[in-house]
Design a protein around this ligand. Structure first.
Ligand SMILES: [Zn+2]
Length: 188
């Protein structure tokens, strides 16, 4: 369920529930394959949104038969099979994630720099989501807060204020480290 908060009047937030995507077409009942392109439609029924998922073939017909006023929104999407998602190997980001956690528990510039660069890469891989930056009053340093979506927790990463050459050097160290990890995994 995706919860959207809308405001029916200025003070009273109203929770609206949207159903998760259906694993099959609402019209022909054919199951969607993982990553299959299809269409989702939202209709308003009182305070609720009704969600209907259509395969491409059925979308053409049903789109025409629905009257505009009861369609809230529609969009093209891809079916995300949770079973396939669970089976997707996590090795690609797990070494990096472990290294990041390992580095934040250590002190010193090298560890801080490594944690920081790991966090940036994990953010690019969408494992981390940037939340905010804040100033640590005790140390007077900037701290970046990331949401770790894999472990469902938050990470505080000190911004080490790397120069360009330091950043290059850390990236190189990271690549060597990840490369070593990969070789170890390959040998198993
Ligand atoms: Zn269909």
């Amino acid at each position: 369920m995706v919860a959207l908060t809308t405001f029916s009047d200025a003070r009273k937030p109203m929770e609206i529930q949207i159903q998760k995507e259906s694993p099959r077409c609402v019209a022909c009942n054919k199951p969607f394959a993982h990553d299959q392109k299809h269409y989702s439609l939202l209709k308003i029924d009182g305070n609720n949104f009704l969600r209907e998922d259509y395969c491409e073939a059925c979308w053409g017909e049903h789109r025409g038969s629905a009257t505009d006023h009861d369609i809230y929104s529609h969009w093209e999407t891809k079916y995300h099979d949770p079973a396939v998602a669970r089976a997707t190997p996590q090795e690609q980001f797990m070494p990096l994630l472990n290294l990041c956690y390992e580095s934040v528990t250590q002190t010193g510039f090298d560890a801080e720099a490594m944690a920081y660069v790991c966090a940036l890469v994990l953010r690019r891989q969408k494992v981390f989501r940037f939340v905010r930056e804040e100033r640590d009053e005790a140390s007077g340093r900037n701290v970046l807060i990331f949401a770790d979506k894999h472990n469902d927790t938050q990470m505080r990463i000190v911004d080490p204020q790397l120069t360009e050459s330091q950043l290059r050097e850390v990236k190189q160290r990271l690549e060597t480290h990840i490369g070593t990890l990969k070789e170890e995994t390959d040998e198993q």
